[in-house]
Design a protein around this ligand. Structure first.
Ligand code: F6P
Length: 548
């Protein structure tokens, strides 16, 4: 691989796109669809059971050609292959990035530091499956011999968002007799509300933390241990009510969890890419090992597509390049993810970490400033709720917000002979059409809108969106969807030449909180050395805290 130039903006492929973008000022989606009646059938791609329609984007064939050139010059294919080869592409942490190994097929070989990691992955998956079956069947009993009915995953960030999102997404595929809860926030309310109606004798905690040093997780885990031991009256209850998921057996042992109850993973699995590892244990208990394997198969199927499809027909590459087109050349600073499926309620939060923690960077892999915009703010809500809230801005606001609409042909809950679902999907299609084509003043006037109201009741259109469809929300399609976005993030990181796999930006706040906590709680008035705002806030907090 050739050394990457310091400036992304100065690359010929970027410059060509910048020049090209200016020529599109007067081109709209109405014209593009009128000029090419087959555009809607042409600009789509199908892979791993997902169908992506990207025709409602502000692109011509020339745009797509130039975006393709950008990917080629950034060596997307070479860097992708380096990831799959297990090279240490996470350079600031000196680690390989091999979450794809977690879902490789039994015959596939994926090597880290000369070792085929397949056997140990499958060994952990096997242990997870055995344990999950024991819990699901009631054979794994609590300290007092009662079967486990409640599973509480304690973790945060990648040790929470993936399993929490997927457990909700696959509720229709899960054992409803089990009550699944997720505790992440250090705010005691999270733990209190998650456990208030649970019986400790029937509750299993999964303490999930890659490092096993994360403040929030360890604070919640200590509270959980106290809650459990106090109710069951015996320290030895921990052995039946706590298991751990981590890369750090020493820290797990130091916490007091028997390492026989540890499900391990490895430092070449990034936290936000870890759902397919033992981090997915809570999910596996909820949906069962077979469904978990189906999710892995969905991921694998997208991995294979990403690895083998030509860049111009490669779904994650296309999504990535379109995102770069909007952030880099249209000034878009946010990106909406709009799942038209209530079960995907947590997908936007999951993707926030995936995209923003991975690519919210301002220096390149060599520490030089990046001279183009990197990750946008990712946000969203399920449809149709968003339509009655923020869609006003999407249709008529002053910002351009590219959107991903995600929907399914068949509902898990086809109420009233499918009436609900047909309305849901009618709304999805309607929104993408309205955003793309809008409504002109002539059209509005022809509908009888009074002249003085025309500015308010016309829609500019030209608001871009992708539509991702699958037949149904299943473990397989969810797996494919997750891998799709993982690889999208990877490609964007390559083009922006940033390290998508570290997260140094979260460290400063953590360090300051460690300094401030004793200042809040010390018996004597502390001498504060912060800025005047922080000092005054701490003083006020202490005053009010101690009055209560
Ligand atoms: O602080 C950020 C972060 O390190 C995330 O990257 C990670 O997913 C989360 O904290 C939790 O980390 P751990 O799994 O080590 O507890």
């Amino acid at each position: 691989m050739s050394p990457t130039p310091a400036s992304t903006k100065e690359r010929p492929a970027w410059q060509a796109l910048a020049t090209h973008c200016k020529t599109l000022d007067s081109v709209g989606l109405r014209d593009l669809f009128a000029e090419d009646p087959s555009r809607g059938e042409r600009l789509c791609v199908e892979a791993a059971g997902l169908f992506l329609d990207y025709s409602k984007n502000l692109v011509t064939d020339a745009t797509l050609g130039l975006l393709h050139d950008l990917a080629v010059h950034a060596e997307v294919a070479e860097r992708r292959d380096a990831m799959f080869r297990g090279e240490r592409i996470n350079t600031t942490e000196g680690r390989a990035v091999l979450h794809v190994a977690l879902r490789a097929g039994p015959g596939d070989t994926l090597v880290v530091d000369g070792e085929d990691v397949g056997p140990k992955i499958h060994a952990v998956l096997g242990r997870m499956a055995k344990f999950a079956e024991r819990v699901r069947s009631g054979k794994w009993t609590g300290h007092s011999g009662r079967p486990i009915r409640n599973i509480v995953n304690i973790g945060i960030g990648g040790s929470d968002l993936g399993p929490a999102m997927a457990t909700e997404a696959l509720l229709a595929h899960s054992d409803r007799a089990l009550c699944m809860r997720f505790v992440s926030n250090v705010d005691g309310t999270d733990f209190a509300e998650a456990t208030r109606d649970l019986d400790p004798a029937e509750t299993l905690f999964i303490v999930c933390s890659k490092t096993f040093t994360t403040l929030e997780t360890l604070t919640n885990a200590r509270t959980a241990r106290h809650w459990c031991v106090q109710a069951l009256g015996d320290d030895s209850a921990v052995a039946r009510h706590f298991v751990a998921v981590s890369t750090h057996a020493d820290e797990v042992a130091a916490f007091g969890i028997d390492t026989r109850n540890l499900f391990e993973f490895w430092d070449w699995v990034g936290g936000r890419y870890s759902l397919a590892s033992a981090v997915g244990l809570s999910l596996m208990i909820a949906i069962g090992p077979e469904n978990f394997r189906a999710m892995l198969a969905g991921m694998r199927s997208m991995d294979n597509h990403f690895r083998s499809a030509p860049l111009h027909a490669n779904m994650p590459v296309l999504l990535a390049l379109l995102g770069i087109w909007y952030s880099g050349f249209h000034g878009c600073q946010s990106h909406a993810v709009l799942p038209y499926d209530q079960y995907l309620r947590r997908l936007p939060a999951y993707l926030q970490q995936l995209e923003m923690e991975s690519n919210g960077k301002r220096v390149d892999r060599d520490g030089r400033p990046v001279d183009v915009p990197t990750a946008p703010v990712v946000w969203g809500e399920p449809g149709t709720n968003g339509q009655h809230a923020f869609f006003q801005l999407l249709h008529q606001g002053t910002q351009l917000v590219p959107c991903d609409f995600i929907g399914f042909a068949r509902s898990q809950n086809p109420l009233a002979q499918g009436v609900h679902h047909d309305w849901l999907m009618a709304n999805l299609f309607a929104q993408t059409e309205a955003l793309a084509f809008g409504k002109t003043a002539e059209q509005a006037a022809a509908e009888g809108v009074p002249a003085d109201q025309l500015p308010h009741r016309t829609f500019p259109g030209n608001r871009p969106s992708n539509t991702i469809l699958a037949e149904a929300l299943t473990p397989h399609s969810l797996g494919a969807l997750i891998a799709l976005y993982e690889h999208k993030v990877f490609v964007q990181g390559v083009v922006w030449n940033i390290n998508s796999f570290d997260q140094w930006g979260v460290e400063l706040g953590k360090a300051l909180a460690k300094q401030i906590e004793p200042e809040l709680t010390s018996a004597s008035e502390p001498t504060l050395c912060h800025d005047s705002s922080t000092n005054a806030l701490i003083h006020r907090y202490r005053r009010w805290r101690n009055q209560g």
